[in-house]
Design a protein around this ligand. Structure first.
Ligand code: CS2
Length: 467
């Protein structure tokens, strides 16, 4: 038997399940980029609002490209179990907020109709860094155009991707995609729709066979879409909504609504995501499969601690950074989260620009050391060889994979020139760092150490053991 609307009532009593009616109302939220993250984060916030009796938070979830997850979820009536596990305990929950599903590539019209549906009040997005394309903007514009023509109310369109100023970026993308005949539409969007910035945080690894097996054990039925996550979650969103009453509602479900998301965004991108990318590359090259296996190694843990304390924190507006850092290190060590380093290393070329250069530039501006970031950048170069230090090959999953691997291959013969070539990319490093001689020199230095002695030995050189 499989988890479905029919088998829901057979689940053990200790599993939290939806008690609200999932069929009578139209969804009020369209989520673009339905994946693991949304299902274990925002969908659980909306589940809470639905459980509180507000029927407007059901989700129409849209997978942007691949139909496999959508098919699995359809077969389960949008239901899936989430294991929430950390040092505080282990608990299973089945959120019920996912009511409809579509695939954007093959069912585009359905998505446009969902955006234009009278019941729709919100659009949330986790389409990943590389998803911010003119095609995404066109999809939104097509839905918004129908709303405007039908005289429907405006909506809140909340980008939730790991990009600084994500709401502004999305709004600018939509404006840029509009044509001359869209002038009226854009005026309507400006007046009636809102693009709040938001920071979302919860570690939700792609699911594994072990999690699926644990799910069927706990549920007594099969669940092909089960997930595992941590207890911690955070959603900080800018107080800018098409319907201002939503602020209080979201707050009632534990969301932080604030006039200024910036300080939360920058702390999260540079502390959490910046450390994640560094550990992901270190793990990929040294053959450590999970984030927990990296942070469990004393010199890697010290590396991450120092990176955050000395190179990231001095530039953050968030004053409670030391507590934030310590909490992050504990979260990285969560043994239940088998968070694959290769998953996080995916799309590194799109992620690193938000995660590392702002801290390096900050250090340069105050004349301080950027050694940890330089070493991380050297490991990125080493990573492009596509083979770990034990000779195990791996695939680079990245829109820039071909060019990175072509550049990276040169490090076998002309390593310094290869480092210079990778560091010359303005897409990756921005406009300033490719010109910065000391940055290039230090990355070159660490790259030499990595090639000659391995990543672990290079990290240990950063912190010579005390005599
Ligand atoms: C990770 C994030 O895959 C990645 O790039 O750094 O998905 C991270 O787990 C989340 O942002 C945590 O909120």
């Amino acid at each position: 038997m499989q988890l479905t609307g029919l088998t829901l009532s057979t689940l053990p009593a200790d599993i939290h399940t939806p008690t609200y009616d999932r069929r009578r109302h139209a969804p009020g939220v369209v989520h673009l980029g339905l994946g693991a993250f949304h299902r274990a984060h925002q969908a659980m916030v909306f589940d809470q609002l639905l459980a509180n009796g507000d029927t407007r938070w059901g989700i129409h979830g849209v997978g942007m490209t691949r139909p496999d997850l959508i098919n699995q979820l359809r077969a389960q009536d949008g239901l899936y179990a989430v294991r929430v596990a950390d040092g505080q305990g282990v608990q299973w929950q089945v959120p019920g907020a996912l009511w409809r599903m579509s695939v954007a590539t093959t069912e585009r019209d359905d998505v446009v109709q969902a955006l234009a549906a009278p019941a729709t009040r919100w659009v949330t997005l986790t389409v990943t860094e590389k998803g911010y394309t003119p095609a995404l903007a066109q999809l939104l514009l097509d839905g918004l155009r129908q709303r405007q023509r039908a005289g429907l109310p405006g909506i809140t369109i909340a980008s939730c991707d790991n990009l600084q100023g994500n709401g502004h970026k999305l709004q600018a993308l939509v404006q840029a995609a509009a044509t001359a005949s869209d002038t009226e539409l854009l005026r309507w969007v400006d007046t009636h729709c809102a693009f709040p910035c938001s920071m979302v945080d919860r570690i939700v690894p792609a699911t594994t066979p072990e999690v699926l097996a644990a799910a069927s054990q706990a549920l007594g039925v099969r669940d092909d879409a089960a997930l595992s996550t941590e207890g911690f979650w955070e959603w900080v969103i800018e107080d800018r909504f098409a319907d201002p009453a939503d602020a209080a509602l979201l707050q009632s479900a534990g969301v932080r609504v604030t006039p200024d998301v910036h300080s939360y965004e920058e702390a999260k991108l540079r502390m959490l995501n910046g450390s994640h990318s560094a550990m992901a590359l270190i793990g990929a090259v040294t053959g450590r499969p999970f984030i927990a296996s990296c942070i469990g190694v004393p010199h890697i843990r010290r590396f991450v601690h120092q990176l955050m304390s000395h190179e990231v924190a001095p530039h953050l507006a968030r004053s409670d950074w030391a507590d934030y850092r310590d909490a992050l290190i504990a979260r990285f060590g969560n043994p239940y989260l088998k968070h694959s380093v290769h998953q996080i290393a995916t799309d590194s070329s799109q992620k690193i620009p938000q995660r590392w250069p702002p801290s390096v530039l900050g250090q340069i501006a105050r004349g301080a050391s950027f050694e940890h970031h330089a070493l991380a950048a050297a490991v990125l170069v080493r990573y492009t060889l596509g083979e770990d230090e034990h000779g195990q090959p791996y695939t680079l999953n990245d829109p820039q994979a071909d060019s990175l691997m072509a550049l990276g291959a040169a490090q076998r013969h002309t390593p310094d020139a290869c480092v210079r070539a990778v560091l010359a990319s303005e897409d990756l490093w921005g406009a300033t760092l490719p010109q910065h001689a000391a940055w290039i020199a230090r990355v070159t230095h660490w790259h030499q150490q990595v090639l000659a002695h391995g990543v672990d030995a290079a990290i240990q050189q950063l912190h010579p053991p005390k005599p």
